[in-house]
Design a protein around this ligand. Sequence first.
Ligand code: SAH
Length: 295
Amino acid sequence: MTEDERRGIINQQQRSRKRKRGKRHRRKQQVAGDSPPPSLEQTLNANTKNRSSPAAAVVKCNSKARIASSSFLDKMKAKLSGGHFRMINEKLYTCTGQEAFNYFKEDPALFNMYHAGYQEQMSHWPEQPVNVITKWLKDHSPSLIVADFGCGDACLARNVKNKVFSLDLISKDSSVIACDMSNTPLDSSSVDVAVFCLSLMGTNYSSFIQEAHRVLKPRGWLLIAEVKSRFDPSTGGADPNKFSKAICQLGFTALSKDFSNKMFILLYFKKKEDEKLNVNEIKWPGLKPCLYKRR
Ligand code: SAH
């Protein structure tokens, strides 16, 4: 072996050792947290940005890889939006109606994010409470005027002949009145049916029911559909009898209740005529937040 060849081999060995050292160093840095692995969001952004890079072009031309890559992206995006949904959902259950109103007002895109996640969660329910209420309305006179408190995408109004005042924190279309439902622009004693379908979210939920009492005509109906687990005392939920009693003290008569559905309960009340209220004495049970599981 010539001197030059020997030097060549030594240089090669040194280069290889240097490469290995570099790799080890980078790995150590990640473990130590100096350079944390990219977040899900960063990975997604990077993947989206890199689509036009030469490496991504290979993926683009290979349909199998492209399907795998896009389903990976879809899964990751779904995870991210699921996370956002759960965060917004928790916020709505742990703040007042007014705070929720300001929260969405500052960033209305959060409302769409919330509703995309909400629809996804509801798609796993065997029956939608809004459909049960729709059917109830169809079985009664179409001349009844309805106020849908926390209407979401105003599905109820779209599916009945009645005049419906759809109320929510954000107005996705012109038919929806944007407001905090503890303070609506509706006239006193102007509606026949007040509906709360999975919408008693704020910590001040009693003021939503008080507002319904104000806008309802005497002998008007109050229909409440709520998540069943919120009324299961064995898991920290409210006692449905105490909840019902508080509503009756506000000036309603309990008509019927339906606990037959696995996911939600339905309570039907009628507003009493000429009831003298002592609102401050009512003991409203706390309603625990409904936190959705990761899927
Ligand atoms: N009732 C609809 C949507 C239920 S989701 C359905 O059954 O499909 C609950 C809705 O209540 C959300 O759209 C949320 O924005 C609304 N909401 C919660 N708190 C509110 C408040 N304080 N004022 C008005 N709407 C409220």
